[in-house]
Every structure is written in C-alpha cells, then in structure tokens.
Design a protein around this ligand. Structure first.
Ligand SMILES: *Cc1c(COP(=O)(O)O)cnc(C)c1O
Length: 438
C-alpha cells in the first residue's frame, strides 16, 4: 500500500517510510492512497474469527508484501495478548472495554502495534530508533510498555516531576531496559518545549535517529480500526441486522478516524458519535460547518482536552472537506463535567457498572443522541478508553466507591521507580541524549 500526505505536497511513500517518519515532510498526515475494501464474502468468513484473525486480515491489506505474512501474523499475536470484551449493559447498549492492555487504556492498541512495526523496519535497516516523547500520562505509559524490549528501538520519555499520579508514575518509570524515563523539574509545557528543541537540533540528529510516537503516525491509527471491526462482527452474530453506532470519547480524534476507516473498509457499522468535553471544535464543526479551533480548556476528562485536534485533517480528507458528508456518518455531541460525574453515578446506580470519566462522556453523548437524533432502539457501542482506576478520584466523587487496582497492575505497582531527574534547560536533555550509545 502506498500512502500520501493530506496536503499532497510531498512524494507518496511506503508503509515503512510512513511509519518511520510519522509526519510527512510537508507537514501533512499520511493517508492510504486508496482504502482497502472487504467484500461481503470476506466479511462473513471473518465473522467467526478471533480478534487477532480480524487484525491480521486488516493489517495485511495495508502492509501488503512489505512484511512476510508469517512475521506479520506473529507480530500481531505479540501485540494483542489481552482481551477486548464487549460488556452488555442492556439489549441495545454495549461497552467495548479497551482497557485490558498493560497500561489500562486504549492507547496500548496503537502503541504496541507501532512499536513492533517500528522495530521490524528498524531491524531491516540495521538502525537504532530513538523514540522521544513528552507526556503528561496516558501516551507516555503506553509508549513505554509498548516499546519495552523491542530490539532496535529505545524510548526516552519526559514527564513533569510531581505532576502525574502515583499509578501513572509507576507506569512511566518501571519498564527499564530500553526505556529511559526523565523526570523534569518543570511542567508539561517544559517537557514539550525540550522535545521540540531536540527535534530541530541538527547536531543531535546526526547522531541519533529520532522519531515521535504521537497519534498522527499511521501505524498507531491502523490497529485502532481492529476493535471496531471486531465489535461490529461480534454484534452481527448476536443481533439483528441493524448496524451499530459507535460513541467515541474524543480528543485528537485518532480513535474516531480509525472507526471511519473500518466503516469505509466495509465492516458493518452504522455511524459514529463524536463525543467531546468542553473542547468542542469538532462537534461545533459538525453543527456549523466552520472549523474554529480554540485554546484548550481544562476539564475532568484530561485526555480529551485538545483545542486543535491533530487528526482532524485526516477526517476532512476522508469526507472530501464536506461537513455535510461527514455529518451523515458522524453526530457531534459535547458533554459538560457536571453531566460526566452525574453519568458515572447514574450508570453505577442503574447497572452496577463503574465507568471512567472519558467513557462516561461517550455514554452521555449516546443518551443524548437517542433522545434527540432518532437513535432510539438501535444498537450502540460505547468505547471505553480507560480503566476507572486511572481516574479513581472522579469515581470516588461520583459513587463513593474505591476502585481496586487490577491484578495485572500489581507487578508494575511493586517495581522500583527508575528515573533520571533533569532540569528544564535544553542542555540538560541534550546532555542525557548525547550520552546514549549510537
Ligand atoms: C487519548 C485518550 C482519549 C482521546 O482519544 P483520541 O484518539 O485522541 O481522540 C480518550 N480517552 C482516553 C482515556 C485517552 O487516553
């Protein structure tokens, strides 16, 4: 498969180049030159398949002959060693739990696949790739555990000292081996500034092959389409022919874009709800046809606090820049913090089920959709993007309950923290990077 940039100002590239580069040199995002299609026959054959069967079938169409099929299949088995359950709340409403990976959030899907693809291509080129990432939580931990132990790669992650939760800090600092955590005496903006400066430091870049692992990388996006296809096929086996709507708690809109790709590939999906918090530039676009990004507003659902979503350019590309076309598939609904807390409480009261705040935004948006946009009585899937234990304070406020730390996390909670404390000047970071081996 060939990929080209959304701005079309640079040359088309292979999957390898798109994966190792991340962003196109013209500043655009890579998109497939044409969307792979699954015939009705191929889809019925996949219906009884496992998650990894479906993942392999999709990945194969994008990767083509760039990776031998047995290697690709092994790579996928190695990525998805955990379950992707559909939790039934009632006959029409399902929660797809995307938080059973090693760092308890859906970002594990993208990060684990990206890490293994990067490792494969880096080995082919006999290169050592250094992933440099500034993080305030979820992305950094998924990247740390995603790349942990992958040959030909290493991670240097920067996080603000004292500004992440204990659980997050354990996830960021305990992987060890090829993962280096830098605890920066400063805030998240300092971390981001240092990373940006490293990317433009030509003398450093002559020494190290740097890459970022942010959500614009096509190899982070493709694996997120797997769980849409999986849920849609699961539902088809148990349900009528009505096509499900997916409600997607959104920040940078990578997750939603991957869903749109799954639908375009031919999987049985009705449409989507773009569920946002007060950072509603996309939901407003869907209503008004004008995209006016605004400064980021701080909310309870911090992972969705994005004023200018990076994947919006891809969404626009898929809908040919036409907000009416986009609106046929996607309904935009914004949810307030007060509604979010109230929803966690109400869902717990009604179903005895505890959802994290981001998931609650998705659930509340679905309720709204059913009340106002003729979505009543149709099947729907709310994507659950994080385990509630990651946001236990909000859960305590809403329900008065403690969320126990899942068994799978006990290991990480008991490992010793390994981090290097650095100052917030660029020399501090350059000094550390300069001492890494080539
Ligand atoms: C990253 C994240 C989101 C937003 O996903 P996007 O792909 O950026 O839209 C939502 N919920 C949680 C818990 C996240 O970590």
């Amino acid at each position: 498969m060939i990929f080209y940039s959304t701005t079309k100002a640079s040359a088309p590239v292979t999957m390898k180049k798109a994966t190792l580069e991340g962003l196109a040199p013209d500043g655009g995002l890579y998109v497939p030159s044409e969307m792979p299609r699954f015939s009705a026959e191929e889809i019925s054959l996949l219906e009884s398949g496992s998650f990894t069967n479906i993942a392999f079938a999709i990945a194969k169409k994008f990767v083509g002959d760039e990776i031998p099929l047995d290697r690709l299949s092994a790579l996928i088995d190695d990525c998805f060693t955990f379950e992707t359950p559909l939790h039934e709340l009632d006959a029409d409403t399902f929660v797809e739990e995307l938080f059973h990976g090693p760092t308890l959030a859906f970002k594990d899907y993208g990060a684990r696949f990206l890490a293994r693809m990067t490792g494969f291509y880096a080995a082919e080129e006999s290169r050592m790739i250094t992933v440099l990432v500034a993080t305030s939580g979820d992305t950094g931990s998924a990247v740390a555990y995603g790349f942990h132990g992958i040959p030909n790669t290493r991670v240097v992650l920067l996080y603000p000292s004292g500004k992440v939760s204990h659980l997050q800090e354990q996830q960021l600092t305990t992987a060890g081996d090829n993962v280096h955590a830098l605890e920066v005496k400063g805030d998240f903006d300092d971390c981001q500034r240092l990373v940006k400066q490293a990317f433009v430091d030509q003398s450093l870049r002559q020494k190290l092959t740097l890459t970022s692992a942010n959500s614009i990388n096509i190899s982070r996006l493709i694996p997120q389409s797997f769980y849409y296809a999986w849920a849609a096929l699961q539902l088809r086996q148990h349900q009528s022919n009505a096509l499900p709507t997916f409600s997607v708690p959104s920040g940078n809109y990578g997750n939603l874009t991957a869903g749109v790709m799954a639908k375009m590939m031919g999987f049985p999906i009705g449409g989507f709800i773009a569920a946002s918090n007060a950072n509603d530039s996309v939901t407003r676009y869907l209503d008004e046809g004008r995209f006016e990004p605004r400064p980021t507003i701080k909310t309870l659902t911090t992972a969705m606090d994005v004023g200018n979503p990076s994947n919006f350019a891809r969404l626009l590309h898929f809908y040919e820049g036409d907000f009416r076309k986009m609106g046929v598939d996607i309904a935009g609904i914004a949810v307030s913090d007060a509604e979010t807390v109230e929803t966690i409480r109400a869902v717990h009261d009604r179903y005895g089920y505890i959802m994290d705040p981001h998931t609650a935004v998705g659930y509340r948006a679905l309720e709204h959709f059913r009340d106002t946009r003729s979505g009543a009585g149709k099947p729907a899937v709310v994507l659950s993007t994080a385990h509630p234990v990651k946001f236990d304070e909000a859960i305590r406020t809403a329900t008065g309950k403690e969320v126990p730390i899942p068994e799978s996390m006990h290991d990480i909670m008991n490992k010793p923290k390994q981090a290097t404390l650095i100052g917030n000047r660029y020399e501090d970071l350059a000094g550390f990077l300069g001492n890494l081996d080539r």
